[in-house]
Design a protein around this ligand. Structure first.
Ligand code: MEV
Length: 308
């Protein structure tokens, strides 16, 4: 039997714009997803037959990267599914690490490549930010150029992303899950239609790229005040792109009086927001009062790894 786990991910700045080659920065958080896999006579997931309709990331991973006997898989952990925190990337990366381990392979870069390939096969517009963050852990920066701290490069068609390790200080973050499930693919497609038909949308995407660059400087100098302002500005820009929602806006606005800044994180439409604050208890309380589920999270956590 092999057991692997992956962290959840939070995009601090740059989601959606990263799809068009702008920089983005994301951190791994200490909500983990676990996958246990053992050789078996029949493919099962949590006691049910493995089925494309419910287990597409695992079916695709096995199609591409497994030629052994059927597997019995158990999944679990604290990472809420469909919440904008990278649960499908975490599942894909942890499951592929199990497959690699059972084949005697060990290579983080190859794991990142496989995980992105599987995610791309299922959500045809994805950038590698989610799978790379959960695979590497800590913090990552994705940019169109190769820079210091380069880990790997991945591409889709003509777009190439360079993924870098990003040193992130210990940040005090509170996630607010709206409980509204909004699949990533249609949101990315919605932004693409706007981006391809409207010059203003390109300006918004450019500004997200600029504030992400400034945010990287803030991270380097541990300037949480300015970083928070940039996060709030990013939320407003993402709202202009049409990916916020009344539930997200409500949790962001409720958190702001007690935070340096707050924004939706991930694809939006529902899912989660994140607040940067030095009063996590208070922010968690206001999120709960407004109908969200709060998680006070820790950063600086490892990426996908084998569990003993
Ligand atoms: C989703 O977590 C992040 C998006 O930028 C999509 C992607 O980069 O694949 C919205």
């Amino acid at each position: 039997m092999v057991v692997a786990s992956s962290p959840g991910k939070l995009i601090l700045l740059g989601e959606h714009a990263v799809v068009y080659g702008r920089p983005a920065v994301a951190v791994a958080v200490d909500l983990r997803l676990r996958v246990e896999a053992r050789l078996s006579g029949v493919c099962r997931v949590n006691g049910y037959p493995m089925d494309w309709r419910y287990h597409s990331y695992m079916v695709k991973s096995m199609e591409r990267h497994w030629s052994g006997p059927p597997l019995d898989v158990i999944t679990g952990g604290e990472l809420p599914p469909g919440s904008g925190l990278g649960s499908s990337a975490a599942l894909t990366s942890a499951f592929n690490l199990c497959l690699m381990e059972m084949s005697g392979e060990h290579d983080e870069k190859e794991l990142a490549r496989r995980s992105y390939g599987v995610e791309l096969a299922i959500q045809s517009n994805a950038s590698p930010i989610d799978t790379s963050t959960v695979t590497h852990g800590q913090g990552i920066m994705v940019s169109p150029e190769r820079e210091e701290g380069h880990l790997w490069s991945l591409s889709r068609g003509d777009t190439e992303w360079h993924v870098h390790h990003c040193q992130v200080p210990e940040l005090s973050l509170v996630i607010g899950n709206t409980g509204v499930h909004a699949p990533t693919g249609p949101l990315v497609a919605k932004v693409r239609r706007f981006y391809e038909s409207n010059a203003f949308a390109k300006e918004v995407v450019d500004e997200i790229g600029q504030i992400t660059r400034e945010g990287l400087v803030c991270l380097r100098h541990n300037d949480v005040t300015r970083l928070g302002e940039l996060m709030t500005r990013d939320h407003r820009l993402l709202a202009i792109l049409g990916v916020s929602s009344p539930e997200l806006d409500k949790l962001v606005e409720a958190s702001l009086p007690h935070s340096y800044g707050a924004k939706l994180t991930g694809a939006g439409g529902g899912g989660s927001m994140v607040a940067l604050t030095d009063d996590p208890g208070r922010v968690a309380a206001v999120i709960r009062r407004r109908g969200g589920t709060p998680y006070v999270v820790r950063t600086g956590v490892p990426g996908t790894m084998l569990e003993v």
